[in-house]
Design a protein around this ligand. Sequence first.
Ligand code: DX5
Ligand code: ZN
Length: 233
Amino acid sequence: MPIFFILSGSPLCYNTRMLIAPSMLACDFSQIGYEANRAINAGADWLHLDVMDGSFVDNISFGPDICGVIRKAAPAGAFLDAHLMIDEPLHYLPRFLKAGMDMISVHVEREGAVDLHATLAAIREGGAQAALALNPATPVERLLPYLSELDMILVMSVVPGFGGQSFMHDMLNKVRFLDEQRKQHGYKFIIQMDGGIGTPQAPLCREAGADCLVAGSSTFCAPDMAAAIASMK
Ligand code: DX5
Ligand code: ZN
């Protein structure tokens, strides 16, 4: 049996290993550059940057300037994954592109108020990869018109706004549905889960079809970050 079938239920066009993306929301903001390096040195594949505007979610975190600070401070080539929990992603997009983000996720709940097809196209034209994110209360079918335009789908497994919440197991069904969709139709997107994820949840996410796990509290707040990341992988 080929090795990739043993390692993963997904075909080779998806990642055959689990990517771990520590969320900078859980880091020590007073030394954010050091923290970015600490995560990469501990084995993080990506850094996840949670951008909140105090309107789309009930919290304010940081914006494109701090994303640019992380870009400059992080090791060269670090993959920066910006999760925009903001009302106006298209308006602010040029600033996040200029800050050097590699992946940019915008929320499908802004459909109607924001032209999401244009936003996804602009992300790609700006040289980044494009993703749509989905809140727990949003039906997964809302993503169907966009599947061929996506490099990634972000499935929220907590209500966005705050770190340290409990994982919502029902969200695994959305991942299973999306994994089926890409198997049936040959879509290339990877699937990321975000919220309440640590070592106990990682195998559940993987079995459902997730390729990338965002983990804030369980990585930055762990006594040994490298061990926490290795254990999730
Ligand atoms: C929530 C954010 C998540 C969160 C993850 O709005 O999108 O990325 O910070 O943190 P933990 O892993 O602590 O749930
Ligand atoms: Zn996030």
